[in-house]
Design a protein around this ligand. Structure first.
Ligand code: TRP
Length: 340
């Protein structure tokens, strides 16, 4: 255990899928024994895009429970809900006066999402609306990390630009208000399995592509088997000795489930031209069903006591708030706001 703080966040977007699990959450579970860790359900970030209130509310609590079911342990890390710690919003404002408008206009995620929204002009509900919150999204993310003096941030490559901006913000704050007050947060990159969509193995496994592209981590056996069975494997154009992206992805899933030997056996068979698709899919489905039944049982156990969940949500938010409040006291003094 070192004294560097790890911070990461996940949006409460419906159910976790195996891509989220192997690409992020499983690594968080490992990190909780190596560093002081804060893991945050970033519900305020989810408000930057159009959403349904009832679904959103349910998803936030579900994500909290799911993270616990995956093995984040409140005794070993602080797992909490962002909006329950109001200092995130407060630091967000202060940092939005340190962040550069120009830098924000150059964020790729903002460009992509705002274009996506602009394309919905004909949609009667969203109507092409782009919120200022979406533009400010990376500042809130910087606030999340810096509130806890986060030094390491385990995130995927798609978040590198946001992290770079967090460093720029920390640096500018330090220069303007107080030398070395904030550490410049770095991406903590770990070799993690990069899982691809089952239905389109040219793309990353992501819920935004649609249901059939992902394997839900808490899915029922029937659903998991059906998804794996319908995975795209080969269009018949893979040269001798090579693996198609779909097969490569299925082997990756086996390895992610710690079945490296099985994966190696299948790989040799496929490379030697003996392409047994059904047995490979069965092996993958079996492994994912086993993983899922473990976390499902754990989740059911936790979810059975809603009062305990709410109590825990408050306790972990209190813990985070204690740390965040100290940062805000310092920051208010540094930037010249009155003490209260
Ligand atoms: N933007 C991140 C994502 O989409 C989520 C996030 C919000 C986050 N705040 C964070 C990640 C702070 C790391 C640290 O994945």
């Amino acid at each position: 255990m070192d004294n560097k703080t790890v911070f990461s966040g996940i949006q409460p977007t419906g159910e976790l899928h195996v891509g989220n699990y192997f690409g992020a959450v499983k690594n968080w579970v490992r990190l909780q024994d190596l560093h002081r860790c804060f893991f945050c359900v970033v519900d305020m970030h989810s408000m930057t895009m159009p959403y349904d209130v009832a679904v959103f509310q349910k998803n936030t609590e579900e994500m909290f429970v799911s993270l616990l079911a995956c093995g984040l342990d409140p005794k070993r890390c602080t797992v909490f809900i962002q909006s329950m710690v109001p200092q995130h919003a407060e630091l967000n404002w202060i940092l939005s006066c340190v962040a550069s408008y120009g830098d924000l206009t150059r964020q790729i995620q903002f460009k992509e999402k705002s274009e996506q929204l602009a394309a919905t002009v004909d949609d009667p509900t969203s109507g092409g609306f782009i919120s200022a919150g979406l533009f400010n999204y990376p500042v809130l993310q910087a606030a999340d990390i810096l509130l806890y003096h986060g030094a390491y941030v385990p995130v995927g490559r798609d978040q590198e630009q946001h992290l770079e901006l967090s460093r720029v913000i920390a640096r500018r704050f330090n220069k303007q208000f107080g030398r070395d007050y904030f550490p410049e947060p770095k991406v903590l990159s770990t070799e993690l399995p990069k899982l691809l969509s089952l239905a389109d193995p040219g793309k990353k496994m992501s819920k935004s592509l649609g249901e059939k592209h992902v394997v839900p981590l808490f899915g029922e056996e029937r659903v998991i088997r059906a998804r794996v069975r319908s995975a795209i494997t080969d269009s018949g154009e893979t040269p001798e000795g090579e693996l198609s992206p779909g097969v490569h992805n299925l082997l990756g899933l086996l390895r992610a489930c710690d079945l490296g030997d099985t994966a190696a056996t299948f790989e040799n068979q496929f490379r030697s031209g003996d392409r047994k698709y059904a047995p490979l899919k069965d092996a993958v489905a079996d492994a994912l069903v086993a993983l899922s039944s473990g976390v499902r049982a754990r989740r059911a156990e936790i979810a059975a006591d809603r009062d305990a969940i709410h109590k825990l949500m408050h306790e972990t938010a209190d813990q985070a708030r204690t740390v965040a409040a100290q940062t805000i006291t310092d920051v208010r003094r540094l930037v010249g706001l009155p003490q209260r």
